[in-house]
Design a protein around this ligand. Sequence first.
Ligand code: PRP
Ligand code: URA
Length: 208
Amino acid sequence: MSNVHISTHPLVAHKLSLLRNQNTEPKKFRELVRELGGLLGYEATLNLAVRPVQTHTPLGVSNGFELEEKIGLVPILRAGLGMVEGVWDLMPSAEVWHIGIYRDEKTLKPVEYYNKLPVEPTVSVCLILDPMLATGGSAVATIDILKRWGVKKIKFVGLIGAPEGIERIQREHPDVPIYLAAVDERLNDHAYIIPGLGDAGDRQFGTA
Ligand code: PRP
Ligand code: URA
């Protein structure tokens, strides 16, 4: 799988097991989604462009670097919301643009219900945040929206991916790298990831 990055970090593996546990309560679940968002966000930003900058320390001048590009964090509502703070803590100058998409339970097709992007793009790199990559419908719809908006550099940052969703992004948007904590076995008949963690939105917001 080219352009797919699966974390090998022990902290990610440890936290993901806690997250999957059916006995993990919503408060702890949200904490873990936030922390995993930060860890995966760190891995997904390893190759961001920087430019030289001179900094005056109390004792001299340091030749350092600053981020060159404007970054947008794009959580897919609802479940992606939980990852935002973890990533935003690392790059507080990022803009956050919400996209509302839910998966129709019968057709499994993505349905867009919220999008307030301005006409012109305000960022040059977007990190799409969504814990679950199942059929890939929601992710591909979001990538379509961002490309139409004019953003050229897009990364998908998730927690658990199914082979079907990964293949779909790679087929329709091979230029979009995928960062995940794990790739699971398969989808069940309702397109839930097996073993997965259940419904990521319901488990965060206590609506199961
Ligand atoms: C979940 C998840 C993804 C989508 C993944 O959202 O957070 O957005 O399903 O499925 P797909 O890859 O087959 O599109 P859901 O539609 O349950 O909405 P919610 O976050 O509001 O619960
Ligand atoms: N959405 C979820 O929240 N979980 C899945 O397993 C699939 C889609």
